[in-house]
Design a protein around this ligand. Structure first.
Ligand code: SF4
Length: 68
């Protein structure tokens, strides 16, 4: 599988970078297993915060930070 990431930088002078990569079958199997486990956790209402740069614009921020 061939993948491409198009990244637009949020800098003063925005730039677009294009990165190409490949994944083999084993990597795909691992990804789908991981995704299935995450879905199971969501369906079981499992939640724990994973704070980082993304919190700043997260729509769940208020509830998340009220959680604990
Ligand atoms: S605020 Fe949003 S992004 Fe940050 S930890 Fe909570 S749920 Fe995750």
């Amino acid at each position: 599988m061939r993948l491409r990431f198009d990244v637009l930088t949020k800098t003063k002078q925005p730039e677009r970078h294009r990165y190409r990569t490949t994944r083999d079958r084993a990597a795909n199997v691992r990804l789908f297993r991981l995704a299935a486990e995450v879905l199971r956790a969501v369906e079981a209402s499992v939640f724990y915060p994973n704070p980082g740069w993304q919190c700043k614009e997260c729509p769940f921020r208020r509830k998340c930070w009220a959680w604990g």
